[in-house]
Design a protein around this ligand. Structure first.
Ligand code: SF4
Ligand code: SF4
Length: 500
């Protein structure tokens, strides 16, 4: 099996060997050996559960060096030499970023804070969610795609995809064949940058991530394709600098450009948002599930054929969705609340356009073409009318906006995923079936001899996992403290007998 790059890693000096992370890992990918946690790499899905749970902050997520976006003439840039790699640094923030700051700061101000932190241009991932929703919705048509298995499972959460690859490989075909919003946003941002700044061909696209899973996805994509993302920063790392920038600028301070997003675009950051957007067509049955433990149960139900009547299944590894990601700064409930408030605010706004770019002030003259962006909605509306998707002329601003949203959904070919995710059977005892059965029988024998307390004191998550480690030659029965104690007692008894 190929080794994959992982964002999640152990800070060995900080680890106390307490085994908390061992018992909470959903893929049983951690063991404590010699007093330190060890990650079984092929099993790790970068869910970040261990990052959340470790009381000693020994589990961390690798992300990129912020020096990559430092101004070229700064000391940080000179030290790293990274900044000079890019003539234009584009931030593509995950929609969950809008749940990290009080509602009094507008989305546009949040984007401006990113510019203040060193980026030249901001292209929100939320601007790409409509395209993904449109593409996914097209596949939900059972008459048109009768051979696709049901329910179709969202491809947005890379942690869930990796989990399916490892534990539910028979459900790989259920994953909707579209790319993730991060990837589409990166491609769209690159295209806009090329159009606006033809003299700056060396553009770097940087994702602001709520989780280790997305960092790993960008660095080591799930399939064979390469990512359009050049770097990934942890959302938590940007929280304080952005908050300082927001406070310094003051509320309502003029922003580089006005910006508009739709409420459904930012709703993707919370549980249920993607399912609502994708299943907006009447008669579509959707189900949204968040949190790994719930997702496991639902995937078991899908495997058993109990959910065939559901068209679309949104599965988010983090409780509350991406606002609950391990690299966010606020508690999930608060992040979710802030996003919901913003959704209401966006819904109440009279005017919506498709303008989604924010550009550093000094570059505005160079980006004169940016004024064209607003007319895109009208152009696409016209296309939609030509294609017969709209029968009546838009009578109002609301109708025009609805039409623009519909037109945006037509623009979805670029969202298609051409590769198939391969299975990663990391939980198999052996790739040879006969040998696997032999090992399984042996494992069951050993398991029967273990006390069945599932206490984790041996450094494995439960007695079955220790039995598995023993048949693989990675552990001994005496790693179980109960068995060790019993052997010790017998030894003392024997010694006592000899002494008498
Ligand atoms: S939770 Fe895991 S990584 Fe953290 S100290 Fe305990 S064993 Fe080490
Ligand atoms: S739910 Fe969102 S934040 Fe959590 S692992 Fe999945 S993509 Fe990352």
């Amino acid at each position: 099996m190929n080794r994959r790059w992982h964002s999640v890693y152990l800070d060995e000096d900080a680890c106390k060997g307490c085994t908390i992370c061992v018992t909470t890992c959903p893929t049983e990918a951690i063991r404590v050996r010699d007093g330190k946690a060890r990650i079984i790499e092929e099993r790790c899905i970068d869910c970040g559960e261990c990052i959340r749970r470790c009381p000693h902050h020994a589990k961390k997520a690798r992300s990129d060096d912020p020096a990559m976006i430092a101004p070229a003439d700064s000391a940080a840039a000179a030290d790293s030499g990274l900044s000079a790699l890019y003539e234009l640094k584009i931030a593509i923030p995950a929609p969950s970023l809008y749940g990290q700051f009080p509602v009094k700061y507008s989305i546009n101000e949040i984007h401006r804070a990113l510019i203040d932190c060193g980026f030249d241009m901001v292209y929100p991932v939320a601007a790409a969610t409509g395209g993904i929703a449109g593409a996914s919705a097209a596949f939900l048509d059972r008459a048109r795609y009768p051979d696709l298995p049901r329910p179709l499972i969202s491809s947005s959460c890379p942690t869930i995809i990796k989990f399916i690859q490892i534990r539910f490989p028979s459900l790989i075909e259920n994953i909707v064949p579209v790319i993730a919003p991060m990837e589409l946003a990166a491609r769209m941002a690159r295209a806009e940058a090329k159009r606006l700044f033809p003299n700056r061909p060396k553009a770097g696209v940087f994702f602001i991530s709520p989780c280790a899973g997305k960092i790993t996805e960008a660095k080591s994509p799930l399939g064979d394709e390469t990512s359009s993302v050049d770097g990934v920063f942890s959302m938590a790392d940007f929280h304080l600098p952005m908050l300082a920038a927001l406070q310094k600028a003051g509320e309502g301070d003029g922003a580089p450009q006005p910006l508009s997003l739709y409420p459904e675009d930012i709703a993707w950051s919370r549980a249920g948002g993607e399912a609502e957007d994708t299943g907006a067509e009447k008669g579509t049955a959707t189900l949204a599930v968040d949190g790994m433990d719930q997702c496991v149960k639902i995937l078991e139900a899908v495997e058993d054929g109990k959910l065939d009547s559901v068209d679309f299944l949104e599965l988010m590894a983090c409780a509350s969705g991406c606002v609950g990601g391990p690299l966010t700064a606020l508690t999930p409930a608060l992040g979710k609340h802030i996003v919901s408030e913003r959704e209401k605010e966006l819904a109440a706004r009279p005017e919506k356009t498709e303008q989604t770019l924010v550009v550093r002030r000094e570059l505005l003259a160079e980006a004169a073409a940016i004024t064209d962006v607003r007319s895109k909605a009208d152009e696409r509306s016209a296309t939609a009318r030509q294609e017969g998707t709209k029968t009546a002329e838009p009578a109002s601003e609301t109708a025009r906006n609805a039409e623009a949203a519909r037109a945006r959904r037509l623009d979805c070919e670029r969202c298609l995923r051409t590769e198939r995710f391969p299975p990663r059977p990391a939980l198999q005892l052996d790739s040879d079936y006969r040998r696997a059965v032999e090992l399984m029988e042996k494992m069951e024998e050993i398991r029967a001899e273990l006390p069945g307390l599932d206490c984790g004191c041996c450094g494995a998550p439960n007695c079955r996992a220790l039995a598995e480690d023993i048949v693989k030659g990675l552990a001994r029965k005496t790693d179980c403290v109960i068995i060790l104690k019993e052997q010790y007692r017998k030894l003392l008894e024997r010694r006592g007998g000899e002494d008498a």
